[in-house]
Design a protein around this ligand. Structure first.
Ligand code: PEP
Ligand code: MG
Length: 871
């Protein structure tokens, strides 16, 4: 190879030293190169870089020089293998396989058996004496090439194959004779010609160039786009293409192909787990065309190849220090490894594997913590069927992805995507293909009749953390009639079904579900995480029940207790309304006096649920009209009048937050009094003074907080003289962030209310944006993330940074936290860590996620990293 400048060379042999690593070679390419360097039995081949794909996508034409580089690389491969590409007596066949830097299993296209032509097929029959294998390979090539390169309708090929099997009276592809396969090849060529008006290309180099180009284009196919959107993968990175010498799992009896995991991806147990098929090619296993056999049976039939495979998996695990998902082929008893990548695993398996690898000395505790994807934790404590409920199991299948789900049966991915917007659906299919991705994403659970742990449905479901039962043999689907039978029980589309992916049970009807609250492996990982993180984690909790739940999940206090929720209780709302409708201050105070005991009791219960931990109580925030009915439901003339007088054009920016507290100070006075009395009562009762933080919302001007601080101090002095507490403010308005220095003079703490800060900094109201133009923005890529879920770090984040810096410049010890919803989002948590917040506060269920994400942020800042293998 003579071209060396980076940026002009697009092709690297597996045994080359290639610059750019995974980003250039893609996961598959880097895996093949690394395995080649490790000395594992990998077929020869080369990889076209992602840069070539980007060049093609940008310019719309095949990159300059790539054809020549492909020719050179093919020539080198010919020398290595002693075969000739396109020759008719000893043809070299290759697979052309996609592989992006970030794994996107099954989302892009690959083509096998490339290089076959009529003449090459005949030559190969002469050489191998195995016409069955040759014509089986040729018909696969015509179909894959036809579909992927030229967009021929795949159903035409499937129908021809079914017809051939029917004529012969067989159900399995391999039972077709060599002559029948030869005839099938003729039919396939006819389909190709009739669809396109030209014959199947007989020149191997023409095939190769078109195949590489088609794989580049498959980066843009709809399912790949959806997958990228679901998984936050940038659209711009493109795919690499690996060209690999074909080895044949379909070359006869001592040949096989399969996929295996070095540990069980469902449970994490340290036993290899996999499936294979004799006399088949790779796509047969994944596509679930024939029922695969468990890996153990390979040991019985081909013990030597099995032993070598075991060793290879060990080598790979040791090298990558992670569970591997390996594709292999055995040709006439000889093993080849075709791909390795870090295995997708369930959340429970991820935890167990990380823990056991620490015990085995393979990884450190820091790495174990870094390896658990925070979003996955939502699935660890996944719902299960209530163990106390009596349920009738209609059938069982393979427990392919754990958790239980209940929903309405649908048989089609489009229907699932549509109905899934408004209700829970269970997608029930014979099997799934990558084109069903949008339906899988929308479904609560998945049930298939076919396929095992490595089937498409199973792999995708585990990746998404969705319950899936696969290979349910007792399921029969009649899609056109909108009905299926499960173990003989008829279920119509729309009827309720329960699937339990933890043990494979399928139950007709809606079984009661419960959500467990602990997992010992999770507890261990989180205990390690707690040692690595520096950010505190509090919870947003308004009730004693929430507070207790938050403690259970490891919250170190309450970062936001929204008091308005206490105003809505059945006995309270009428009193609240009385207070709002009061003609004068005296009447208002009388109503508030009656509310005070309720508030006090609530606070006492919350303090007691958080002994020794800070509890941040926010005084009343929403506009008062929220406590009154709609005008046409007013029960008195006075109420109607009051509703009218409180009406605002834009209540979000109206009389709410501290503005309300300044306009009717008696409301905040009552709340502070209730806090003071509750603090004192709990201190007297338990001997431990609650750590109270009184928080004033929606402050824009320092003077607002100044006046409210005076009120707070006066009332606290009256009710709980001498007891310590903090008085602070939320930073929810851009002006507050900008003028944080002045505000800090009156604040013991800041808490960034990034929900409102996002609304006000971006000038958009959440209620008017989500589900409307914001959805369009996200679909069209105007915005990458919903700014209400993931903090807009450049905009809102800059305001946060300014607020922290200016506040602490005036008051170095100022405590600063965040209590908007972003406090539970891993990316936003990493930001909070970087800008030096003291804590994040999030919903109780997000507390474990926040603990983990905070630890990861701290570790990453310290420079600890973890790299994934393969792809
Ligand atoms: C916020 O604005 O971020 C916040 C926590 O307050 P709320 O969501 O109650 O307006
Ligand atoms: Mg707010």
């Amino acid at each position: 190879m003579t071209v060396t400048a980076i940026g002009t060379r697009y092709v690297y042999d597996f045994d080359d030293e290639a610059p750019g690593g995974r980003e250039q070679l893609g996961g598959k390419g880097i895996g093949l190169a690394e395995m080649t360097h490790m000395g594992l039995p990998v077929p020869g081949g080369f990889t076209v870089t992602t840069e070539a794909c980007r060049a093609q996508l940008e310019s719309g034409s095949f990159p300059d020089g790539l054809s020549e580089e492909l020719d050179d690389a093919v020539h080198r491969l010919e020398l290595k293998t002693g075969k000739r590409f396109g020759s008719s007596d000893n043809p070299l066949l290759v697979s052309v396989r996609s592989g992006a830097a970030i794994s996107m299993p099954g989302m892009m296209d690959s083509i096998l058996d490339l290089g076959l032509s009529d003449a090459a097929a005949e030559g190969l029959v002469r050489k191998t004496g195995n016409a069955h294998f040759v014509y089986d390979s040729y018909r696969r090539l015509i179909q894959m090439y036809g579909e992927v390169v030229d967009g021929v309708d795949g159903r035409l090929f499937e129908e021809a194959l079914s017809a051939a099997k029917q004529v012969r009276g067989v159900t399995v592809d391999t039972d077709l004779s060599a002559d029948e396969l030869r005839l099938l090849v003729e039919t396939y060529k006819q389909i190709y010609t009739e669809s396109l008006g030209r014959g199947f290309p007989q020149d191997a180099r023409t095939q190769l160039r078109a195949a590489v180009e088609a794989v580049f284009h498959s980066w843009q196919n709809p399912r790949a786009r959806v997958y990228r959107q679901l998984n936050d993968i940038p659209d711009t990175i493109g795919t690499a293409v690996s060209i690999v010498q074909m080895v044949f799992g379909n070359a006869g009896e001592r040949s096989a192909t399969g996929v295996a995991f070095s540990r069980d991806p469902g449970t994490g147990e340290k036993v290899p787990h996999g499936e294979f098929l004799f006399d088949a090619q790779g796509e047969d296993v994944v596509a679930g065309i024939r029922a695969p056999q468990p890996l153990e049976e390979l040991e019985a039939s081909l013990p030597e190849a099995y032993a070598e495979f075991q060793k290879a998996m060990d080598t790979l695990e040791q090298h990558y220090r992670d569970v591997q998902d390996v594709e292999f082929t055995i040709e006439h008893g000889k093993l080849y490894i075709l791909q390795t990548r870090s295995a997708k695993r369930t959340a429970a398996a991820a935890l167990r594997i990380a823990l056991e690898m620490v015990e085995e000395g393979l990884i450190s505790r820091e790495e174990a913590v870094l390896r658990i994807e925070p979003g996955m934790l939502d699935h660890v404590l996944h719902p299960m069927i209530d163990p106390n409920a009596a349920v009738t199991v209609a059938a069982t299948g393979i427990p392919a992805s754990p958790g239980a789900a209940v929903g309405a049966v649908v048989f089609d991915a489009d229907v699932a995507a549509e109905r899934g917007k408004n209700e829970s659906v269970i997608l029930v299919r014979f099997d799934t293909t990558p084109d069903d991705i949008h339906g899988l994403a929308a479904a609560e659970g998945i049930l298939t009749a076919h396929g095992g742990m490595a089937s498409h449905a199973a792999v995708v479901a585990r990746g998404m953390g969705k319950p899936c039962v696969a290979g349910c043999g007792a399921l029969r689907i009649d899609e056109s009639a909108g009905v299926c039978t499960i173990g003989g029980v008829q279920v119509r589309e729309g009827e309720q079904l329960t699937v339990d992916g933890s043990n494979g049970r399928v139950i007709v009807g809606a079984a009661p579900l419960v959500t467990p609250t602990t997992n010992p492996d999770l507890d261990t990982i989180l205990a390690w995480a707690d040692r690595f993180r520096t950010l505190g984690v509090r919870a947003n909790a308004d009730t004693p029940v929430d507070a207790e739940r938050a403690r259970g999940f490891g919250a170190e206090g309450i970062g936001l207790c929204r008091t308005e929720h206490m105003f809505f209780g059945e006995e309270r709302l009428p009193v609240v309304q009385e207070m709002i409708l009061a003609e004068d201050e005296t009447a208002r105070r009388a109503a508030l006096d009656r509310l005070l005991p309720f508030q006090q009791a609530d606070f006492e219960a919350i303090f007691e649920a958080m002994p020794g931990l800070p509890v941040t109580i926010r005084l009343l925030d929403p506009p008062l009209h929220e406590f009154l009915p709609a005008e046409n439901e007013a029960t008195t003339e006075r109420m109607r009048e009051r509703i009218n007088s409180l009406r605002e054009v834009n209540p979000m920016l109206g009389t709410r937050g501290c503005r309300l507290g300044l306009q009717w100070p008696e409301i905040y006075e009552m709340q502070v009094r209730a806090i003071g009395r509750a603090t004192k009562a709990v201190a007297d009762r338990t001997g431990e003074t609650p750590k109270v933080e009184i928080m004033h919302p929606l402050v824009a001007f320092a003077e607002e907080l100044h006046r409210l601080r005076v009120l707070t101090e006066r009332v606290m002095e009256e009710e709980a003289p001498g007891l310590e507490y903090l008085c602070g403010t939320m930073i929810e308005l851009p002006r507050a962030a900008l003028r944080a220095g002045e505000i800090a003079a009156y604040a013991d703490f800041f808490s960034f209310g990034t929900n409102d800060l996002t609304q006000t900094a971006l000038g958009l109201s959440r209620d008017d944006a989500e589900g409307k133009f914001l959805t369009g923005y996200l679909e069209q890529g105007v915005l990458e993330h919903n700014p209400f879920e993931t903090l807009d770090q450049e905009g809102v984040g800059e305001l946060v940074e300014i607020g922290v810096t200016r506040g602490r410049a005036v008051k170095p010890g100022l405590e600063v936290g965040i209590c908007g919803e972003h406090g539970g989002d891993p990316q936003s948590i990493a930001f909070c860590n970087r800008v030096g917040l003291d804590y994040v506060s999030c919903s109780p269920f997000r507390v474990p996620v926040a603990r983990l994400a905070a630890a990861q942020a701290a570790l990453v800042e310290k420079g600890t990293s973890y790299e994934q293998a393969g792809g």
